[in-house]
Design a protein around this ligand. Structure first.
Ligand code: CTP
Ligand code: CA
Length: 226
């Protein structure tokens, strides 16, 4: 049993984690989604639970198996994730939003299967609500809000802008162009950005990244090894 090797240093903490992609329906047989598999978010939820926290995992359709000892809340669309997260946000000590939430959804969802016709087709998209931005605007005293940022260019500037705009305490920045980072991999290369500093972590397993994120969220950062 792996979990007994962990020190229960997060006992008494309530943490909400989101993970995975969302699915935005076009019609009863088709949807728009992204490449998120849920690995990073699931690693955070699992590690936090092993460390004794009370964890709620709001997850889109991920490819990971549900971790033990967490309250699992499965959702599909960005709208369902918004509702599940905002309904559970108030009592949380920390909210960690690793989910890759769709920014747009089809404006009109066909109730019947769309039949093909000659020529091109366009799908009109509308914006989804930004869950993190809502959380930043409704943050409870002492609550720590951590977002993720996926970028292919200008990673630090763009991520810092999201930290400000969404009133976050920390953002975990991913550069999708670096080897061993991003979707579906077992490793990740991230930079932890807070108001005060930037900490670039070396390439490590998503489990180890999860541990480092939790240390930073709860102010338990370890000294960098020499
Ligand atoms: N996020 C969210 N709700 C949305 C979109 C994003 O809560 N509707 C959260 C993600 O879970 C992530 C953070 O916002 O923690 C940043 O997501 P990202 O896609 O990197 O940034 P965006 O603000 O959506 O900007 P863009 O996609 O244009 O870079
Ligand atoms: Ca986005």
């Amino acid at each position: 049993l792996k979990e007994i090797r962990y020190e229960k240093d997060l006992a008494g903490k309530k943490i909400l984690v989101t993970a995975g992609p969302t699915r935005e329906a076009i019609d009863p047989v088709r949807y728009i989604t992204n490449h998120s598999t849920g690995k990073m978010g699931y690693a955070i939820a699992k590690t936090a639970a092993y460390r004794g926290a009370q964890v709620t995992l709001v997850t889109g359709p991920a490819e990971e198996k549900p971790p033990m000892f967490v309250d699992l809340v499965p959702v599909e669309s960005a709208k369902e994730m918004f509702e599940a997260v905002t309904a559970r946000s108030a009592g949380q000590d920390a909210i960690i939003k690793a989910a890759a939430v769709a920014d747009y959804r089809p404006k009109f969802v066909n109730t019947e299967k769309t039949k093909k016709k000659d020529g091109d087709m366009a799908i009109q998209l509308e914006r989804t609500d930004d869950i993190l931005k809502w959380l930043g605007e409704h943050k409870k005293e002492g609550q720590f809000l951590c977002g993720f940022s996926m970028e292919t260019e200008h990673m630090l500037e763009n991520s810092r802008a999201k930290l400000e705009k969404k009133k976050l305490d920390m953002i975990v920045a991913n550069n999708l162009k670096v080897d061993g980072a991003g979707f579906g991999t077992d490793t990740n290369v991230v930079t932890l950005i807070t108001r005060e500093k930037e900490t670039e972590l070396p390439k490590m397993s998503k489990e180890d990244v999860a541990g480092r994120i939790l240390d930073a969220v709860f102010g338990m950062e370890r000294k960098e090894p020499e």
